[in-house]
Design a protein around this ligand. Structure first.
Ligand code: EPU
Length: 429
């Protein structure tokens, strides 16, 4: 299994190109199931999760074509996928596949909307919390699907198609909102989604669906209205930049010191995280081609942060901020309100010398002057990258094991950091 080896203490200087967003790419690929025409996605990141979803969609009969390289293409450019769900040959998503990637559960909505039936395995447990799917099921029930749980599978039927309805989420859910949007797009009649997630990835999927002929308004606000249409067509769409990758590298720069342009990043996608970084003592500036983040000389200030749905501070940046605060000049508090068990990084950060105590949903981080390299491993994507951030500022060598977690969501992480001066390498085997 691959490992990442980092020797801490180098500043980061240069440019990091920001990839297309993983959490927009996955639902966009799934949206291809809604049409028998080709959906072309540009700026798709080269990630293990994208490759896995390609395989999962293949099981339903979806063809994904990736055009060959052209002269002048850089390995850091996004890829283009031509996705065709001309004929759906199977409406079952089996446990072996869904258990490998939770987001593949989301095929549920487009399959029922287009085919009138779907049989999708319940995803099971997850490293960051229980993560139920009750609200996704509720959304489709409100659109008229009849749903039963049989042998670990959610079986949904809507033989005469889905019908527009009202979906009021008792709690903000990204997956629930994607499900509601995809189901409602092909439903008969109008759907109103209340307390919808406002994450930028929802807006990106809604934009793409509208290019495919859907009639969605209000995406990006908490009230979305969808007028169902009888069929959707093909379209071409470019995936928006990854705000979590952006925030992660911004925190890496704040941790290591230096001056980096995050090329292609858009500040409005992560304003609350940028505000926290400014409080922490980094200099953050929007430029014409991205966001420039620097920290030179000054130490890291402690912060008080609570995760929240967008536009609040993202749970997907919580572990990275905790790594940064482990070297702050004082005590920070970080409260996690989205997932109940998303603190798996705490014990691993402790191996590097971080002083963190947990009390329910709140972590108290006592900043230390020095972190020291050690072998570490993590159980999920964002936790793994928090260890990379800590390692960049730790004395000596850190080895991050189980790199496959990083490969799920960070494209060429070691290249991107290495080009800015980090002493980082992948050790294969
Ligand atoms: N929830 C329920 N019932 C449901 C669905 C969700 O109680 O039916 C709860 C969850 O347990 C959680 C909260 O609602 O407490 C929010 O969950 P949400 O549905 O918003 O999360 P998700 O759609 O499963 C997406 C991202 C996550 C990100 C969350 C929150 C993708 C592929 N995943 O998950 O990303 O943390 O939204 O922003 O978009 C990651 O990229 O590392 C990652 C975990």
């Amino acid at each position: 299994m691959d490992r990442i080896r980092i020797v801490g203490g180098r500043k980061l200087n240069g440019t990091i190109p920001i990839s297309g967003a993983k959490n927009a790419t996955l639902p966009l690929m799934i949206a291809s199931l809604l049409t028998d025409e080709t959906l072309v996605l540009d700026n798709v990141p080269r990630l293990a999760d994208v490759a896995l979803l390609q395989r999962i969609l293949g099981n339903h009969g979806v063809d994904v074509m990736v055009p060959g390289k052209r002269p002048g293409d850089s390995p850091l450019d996004g890829q283009t996928l031509h996705i065709s769900a001309k004929r759906i040959v199977d409406t079952t998503a089996p446990y072996e596949l869904v258990s490998k990637m939770r987001a593949s559960f989301w095929v549920f909505a487009p399959l029922v909307a287009r085919m009138g039936e779907a049989r999708v395995s319940l995803p099971g447990g997850c490293a960051i919390g229980t993560r139920p799917v009750d609200l996704l099921i509720m959304a489709l029930e409100n659109l008229g699907a009849e749903i039963e749980i049989e042998g670990g599978y959610v079986v949904a039927r809507a033989k005469k198609g889905l019908k527009g309805g009202e979906i009021r989420f008792p709690k903000v859910t990204v997956g629930g909102t994607h499900t509601a949007l995809m189901g409602a797009a092909l439903a008969n009649g109008t759907t109103v989604i209340e307390n919808a997630a406002r994450e930028p990835e929802i807006g990106d999927v809604a934009d793409c669906l509208n290019k495919m002929g859907a009639k969605i308004s209000g995406a990006g606000t908490s009230r979305i209205v969808v007028e169902g249409v009888a069929r959707l067509n093909g379209a071409r769409h470019s995936v928006l930049p990854d705000r979590i990758e952006t925030g992660t590298y911004a925190m890496a720069v704040a941790m290591a010191g230096g001056d980096v342009l995050l090329e292609g990043a858009r500040p409005e996608l992560l304003q609350s995280a940028l505000d926290v970084l400014t409080q922490a003592g980094a200099t953050v500036a929007a430029t014409n081609n991205g966001i420039r983040v620097a920290r030179n000389g000054a130490g890291i200030n402690p912060v008080e942060v609570t995760t929240a749905p967008f536009p609040g501070f993202a749970t997907d940046l919580q572990a990275q901020l905790m790594a940064l605060m482990s070297k702050a000049k004082g005590t920070s508090h970080i409260t996690e309100t989205i997932f109940e068990n998303r603190f798996m990084h705490v014990q691993e950060l402790a191996r590097l010398g971080a002083r963190i105590t947990l009390n329910g949903e709140t972590a108290t981080i006592h900043g230390v002057d020095r972190l020291r390299g050690a072998p570490v491993m993590a159980t999920d994507l964002r936790a793994s990258v928090s260890l990379v951030i800590a390692a960049l500022a730790a004395d000596g060598e850190t080895t991050v094991n189980r790199v496959y977690h990083l490969d799920r969501g960070f494209e060429r992480l070691e290249d991107k950091l290495g080009r800015c001066g980090a002493a980082i390498e992948r050790v294969t085997g």
